[in-house]
Design a protein around this ligand. Structure first.
Ligand code: BGC
Length: 766
């Protein structure tokens, strides 16, 4: 027995050692250094099966707290801690209960946990994981940035990277080195409750922003106090459940999976992400936690990922309890571990530990598989410097809460703001409003701090305002700061369910003394499955309030504070201005006020198609047959891409004129590149930023081609009157698609390239 075990250890060491031969010496494709730390080798050769399986076990912090989920302040119960860390030797803990802790408390808790780990035979430190998906959720006074859906609207990967860097700094300052982020799920179904966590409907944007985030987290080197390990999630196909309900089945063909869901993970692996989390759902009847083809053949062999695979919450046992592909919990563990899951986010008991030990002893899971998984876990710990110093780094604390971080959160929120409508009132666009105006600020979003910040904000749901820093401002407060309280009348409160928010008589009465009504509607914070909805329409009470506001005859500016685009078809014609604010984070109130009153010229662009009807969910890259309409039998018009606002839409207070659109060649062959250029002039009177986007279209292809695909974007800043040239270089990779043989190919033929209203055709030949 012992001899076999040693042989297995030698085998896994050989696998680990070979990693350093790939690519740059000491740098893996999948994050951090792959020069196998001598400590990892030594540990693996000394560890018992129990210790190894313990390393593969991750439990939630409630398991070690006094009163568990009822914990008032996060106090650790030493006996429970010993049970988890010493008796069951768990390798990882996650989360916070019941809310955010201070930096110092985190350090003290991490110390207690790591001290317990010192009592285990090989003193292997615990790795703590946390969801810091738009800033550090679970540390008091952390800096919260706009959610990904808003970050995507900025079309500014550098800005996204700067925000992610702050998140890395504040996470590490909290004594935590593993962040379950970025979300690489593609937002193609706005009904889904996690849509706001995505970078929207386009794979190129998701990939670009995801890679920017990963680099910001990891590029300093994981040992550095400025870095955290990233976790790409949720692999793969989580974001498009057929019903729209979270964690329910998706039906995605492999062509679609490879075209829209895989490229961002491929790019993220190449960018060096250290870990990956698995989709809780199923695709075509196979739960992803049990899908060896996806978790091993595609992820490991094809993408070359060498890092750690962690399950999502309770998702191994759910192969039995929920998905019903495993007749027993033990079979569930066997399926998941053999499919390729290295660490189980169990998270509420030690069943995984017990069952996996049994499975190994019964030869149902091999020792090689265990060593492979544990090798990856220990390598991550070594890469993060945990084997050298498992405690919170005292000097990293200085990186928390710097004043410049709020300025950055403001910049990100401002760049996200997307102006969707700006109709004339008395001969001029209604926005920006004069600072001398008297305004009524109404709607439940006007007084809410939680709806500005959305999910994962000091609590999981983000919906508890009492947990937020007192410095955060609502839209109503930010507008009052700008105009002076006497010019601002406010209706309602932060409770989305309170009838007082929808009192149309009170609204009409208050509107009398106001020049404009600023109506803040949308969604309060929610996260994951509790955010499931059955109707994408805006809440009827909010729609009724908007109609009442329009009926006053005062110009209405609609400010949408929402994670998902809720249907607003019936109120769009009656309002004069619409500002999409998404969930803009800690500085959202100020950013909204800055745009409304002209202190900032908006430049955000929709990262999704804003639907007009709940049953007409379309993406901009739909197929030709999808945009056909046959209003008269036999006569087709291409008017069927029905939207409220199209993908990429967003107005400015200045005017940008495009000219001089050119292609460097009219045909390319093989690996040739073609340059597409256009001049952009700020022909208005205000300085501003403009996002230039380039699209291509394959005129004819062996798989029905989409109308167009985004291939590049560039955000430029132009002074009034200034002109700049923008160039994009396209190669055959930008023209490729996944064909019926699941190969990514570029077929010979004609391609159209589009910028703004310009288009030109060129030929490609292999
Ligand atoms: C979510 C993950 C998250 C995990 C840990 C799960 O419910 O799906 O995104 O990382 O919880 O909090």
């Amino acid at each position: 027995m012992k001899k076999l075990f040693l042989l297995a250890s030698v085998a896994v060491l050989a696998i680990l050692s070979s990693c350093s031969k790939n690519g740059k010496e000491g740098q893996s494709k999948s994050g951090g250094s792959t020069d196998v730390d001598p400590k990892v080798k030594e540990l693996l050769s000394k560890m018992s099966l129990e210790e190894k399986v313990g390393q593969m076990t991750q439990v939630n912090i409630n398991m070690i707290l006094v009163d568990g989920y009822g914990s008032k302040d996060g106090t650790i119960d030493p006996a429970l801690l010993d049970t988890a860390v010493v008796k069951y030797k768990v390798g990882s803990l996650l989360n916070a209960v019941p809310s955010a802790y201070s930096v110092d408390q985190w350090h003290a808790m991490i110390k207690q946990i790591q001290d317990a780990a010192q009592k285990t035979p090989n003193k292997i430190p615990v790795i703590y994981g946390i969801d810091a998906i738009h800033g550090v959720t679970f540390t008091q006074n952390s800096t919260l940035f706009p959610h990904n859906i808003a970050e995507a609207a900025t079309r500014n990967p550098d800005l996204v990277a700067k925000g992610a860097k702050v998140t890395a700094l504040e996470t590490r300052a909290s004594g935590i080195r593993w962040n379950f982020d970025p979300v690489l799920d593609i937002g193609r179904n706005p009904v889904w409750a996690r849509f706001p966590e995505t970078f929207g409907e386009d794979p190129f944007i998701v990939k670009t922003m995801g890679v920017a985030t990963i680099k910001a987290y990891e590029e300093d080197g994981l040992k550095n106090k400025t870095a955290v390990a990233s976790c790409m999630k949720h692999f793969i196909g989580y974001s498009n459940p057929a019903t729209g309900k979270d964690r329910t089945p998706a039906y995605i063909s492999e062509i679609q999976l490879r075209e829209y869901y895989l490229p961002q993970f491929k790019a993220a692996v190449q960018a060096g992400s250290s870990t990956i989390m698995i989709n809780s759902g199923e695709i075509n009847g196979v739960p992803v936690h049990g899908n060896k083809y996806l978790l091993t053949d595609v992820l490991r062999t094809e993408l070359g990922f060498q890092g750690l695979v962690v399950s999502d919450w309770e998702d191994i046992i759910r192969l039995h309890t929920r998905h019903k592909i495993a007749a027993t919990p033990k079979e569930a563990v066997k399926i998941a571990v053999n499919a390729g899951v290295d660490m189980s986010m169990v998270p509420h008991d030690f069943s995984f530990y017990k069952l996996l030990i049994e499975l190994v002893n019964e030869n149902q899971v091999s020792k090689e598989r265990i060593d492979e998984a544990v090798g990856r876990i220990l390598t991550l710990k070594a890469n993060l410097g945990l084997l050298d110093n498992p405690y919170g780094e005292a000097d990293a604390k200085a990186n928390f809460g710097k004043a410049e971080y709020s300025a950055l959160a403001l910049e990100a929120a401002r760049e996200a703001m997307t102006l969707l409508k700006n109709d004339s009132v008395k001969g001029a666009p209604v926005l920006p409003l004069a600072k001398t105006a008297k305004v009524l600020v109404a709607g439940p979003g006007a007084n809410s701090i939680t709806s500005l910040n959305g999910c994962w904000s000091y609590t999981w749901q983000g919906a508890d305002a009492s947990k937020y820093p007192s410095t955060y401002k609502t839209v109503a407060q930010a507008i009052s700061d700008k105009l002076g309280a006497k010019n601002v009348s406010i209706l309602g409160n932060a409770n989305y369910k309170d009838a007082a928010n929808y009192d149309s008589k009170a609204l009409a009465a208050k509107a009398k003394a106001s020049d404009y009504i600023i109506l803040c509607l949308g969604e309060d914070a929610y996260a994951e499955t509790p955010g499931t909805i059955f109707d994408l329409n805006l809440d009827p009470a909010q729609t009724a309030l908007a109609k009442a506001a329009i009926a006053t005859g005062k110009p209405v500016i609609l400010v949408l504070i929402e994670g998902r685009p809720r249907i607003i078809k019936d109120i769009v014609p009656g309002v004069k201005g619409i500002l999409q604010a998404y969930w803009p984070g800690s500085q959202g109130g100020a950013a909204i006020a800055d745009v409304l009153f002209g202190d900032y010229n908006p430049n955000g662009k929709l990262p999704y198609t804003y639907p007009m009807y709940p049953n007409m969910i379309m993406t901009y890259d739909c197929k030709f047959s999808e945009i056909d309409e046959e209003l008269t039998p036999g006569i087709f018009s291409q008017t069927g891409y029905k939207y409220q606002f199209p993908f990429g839409f967003g107005l400015s207070y200045t005017k940008f004129t495009y000219s001089n659109f050119k292609l460097s060649k009219d045909s390319i062959q093989g690996d040739d590149k073609i340059t597409v250029s256009v001049d952009v002039t700020n022909s208005g009177t205000r300085d501003g930023k403009e996002v230039v986007e380039v699209y291509t279209r394959d005129l004819f292809a062996s798989i029905t081609p989409p109308q167009r695909r985004l291939r590049g974007f560039n955000k430029i800043e132009l002074k009034a009157g200034e002109t700049k040239s923008v160039n994009f270089e396209l190669s055959k990779d930008d023209l490729a698609f996944v064909n019926a043989d699941l190969k990514t190919v570029t077929e010979d033929g004609e391609f159209e390239v589009m910028i703004g209203d310009f288009k030109k055709i060129f030929r490609y030949k292999n």
